[in-house]
Structure formats: structure tokens, C-alpha cells
Design a protein around this ligand. Structure first.
Ligand SMILES: [Zn+2]
Length: 181
């Protein structure tokens, strides 16, 4: 697989893009503010059909029980595409999490139970990766307008793949369905 050229021609990497030394930051109890455009997070982008918007917040590093800890707090708006009507939709992001940073998967058992383990390979992680990790857990993989919202496709209209509805469908409804194929 080829890496897109844009990766290399990028004029200057934003600060959140840079891998940071987890041990050093946790010893110093560093507090780092960030603003991250969601469209620039590669794993998020590959998982969602379309993602825009921005989150702002800060990461506080600390140390507990010999583990580097990051407290990630952020807020903002994710602009996604509803997978039912393909119109834009916004999801507010307001999240705070404490994660335990480990240098290898073998260290997973050292992370206290109340912390989410996050892999910081070779003791390095970027703010962008931390933010992305959290957003992957927070945002829906298949975004849909909530029923109370104005989805361009009426939410009560059954999806073609909705098998629960199949048995109750009157015959003329079925004819309609076949014509669409
Ligand atoms: Zn919709």
C-alpha cells in the first residue's frame, strides 16, 4: 500500500501530531492544551464515512502505581453523515477519561482496573492518538439521526435490511420493495 503524498508534503506538522515521551511528561505532570481537527485523525477517518469538526481540551499527565497516566478532557462537535438519509448531522462531544499508558501489551495487567489501558509504543504517544482513541470509543460507527430529529428519510420507514419488519409487511409493500431493486 502506498502512503499518500500529502503526508510528506505537509508544510508543518501540528503540535498534537508529534509523538511525546510519556515517562518524561508523567514525571513532570505536564498539562497540554490541544485543538484537533477530526478530519485529520487517520483511524477515525477510516472508520467513518465522513468526519469533520474539531475538539478542544487538555491532557494532564501523572503517575500512579508505577504507571504513566493521562487524563484526557475534551469538548467540541463531530460533524458526521447520517447513514440513513446521507445528510449532515452533528454530535456534541463532551468527554473526560483517565487512561493508563503502557509501552507493550505485556504490561496490560499492570494497569489498575479503573483505568483504560492505552498502548504507547516504546513509551511514546501523540496527543492526536490519545484524542482519537477516545473518539473511537465515543462516536457511533454507524451515525444515524435520532428519531426526534428531522432525518431526511422518515425514521419510521423501515430499512430494507430490517428483517423484523419483513413478516408484517403487506403484499403491496413487498411489491414496492422489489420494484426498487
Ligand atoms: Zn438522517
Amino acid at each position: 500500500m502506498r502512503t499518500p503524498d500529502t503526508y510528506y508534503t505537509r508544510p508543518m506538522s501540528p503540535p498534537w501530531f508529534k509523538p511525546l515521551d510519556v515517562d518524561r511528561l508523567s514525571e513532570a505532570e505536564a498539562d497540554i492544551a490541544f485543538a484537533v481537527p477530526l478530519a485529520e485523525l487517520p483511524r477515525l477517518r477510516s472508520q467513518l464515512a465522513s468526519v469533520e469538526g474539531e475538539v478542544r481540551g487538555h491532557v494532564r499527565f501523572a503517575r500512579a502505581a508505577g504507571i504513566a497516566i493521562a487524563e484526557v478532557a475534551m469538548s467540541g462537535v463531530a460533524r458526521l453523515v447520517c447513514q440513513r438519509c446521507l445528510e449532515a448531522m452533528e454530535i456534541p462531544v463532551e468527554t473526560a477519561a483517565r487512561v493508563g499508558l503502557i509501552a507493550a501489551e505485556a504490561d496490560m495487567s499492570r494497569v489498575p482496573e479503573d483505568l483504560e489501558p492505552v498502548l504507547a509504543l516504546e513509551g511514546r504517544i501523540s496527543i492526536g492518538e490519545l484524542v482519537e482513541e477516545e473518539l473511537l470509543l465515543t462516536l457511533p460507527i454507524v451515525p444515524l439521526h435520532a428519531e426526534t430529529e428531522a432525518c431526511a428519510v422518515a425514521p419510521e420507514a423501515p430499512l430494507v435490511t430490517d428483517e423484523a419488519d419483513e413478516t408484517q409487511r403487506p403484499f403491496e409493500g413487498l411489491g414496492e420493495l422489489f420494484k426498487r431493486k
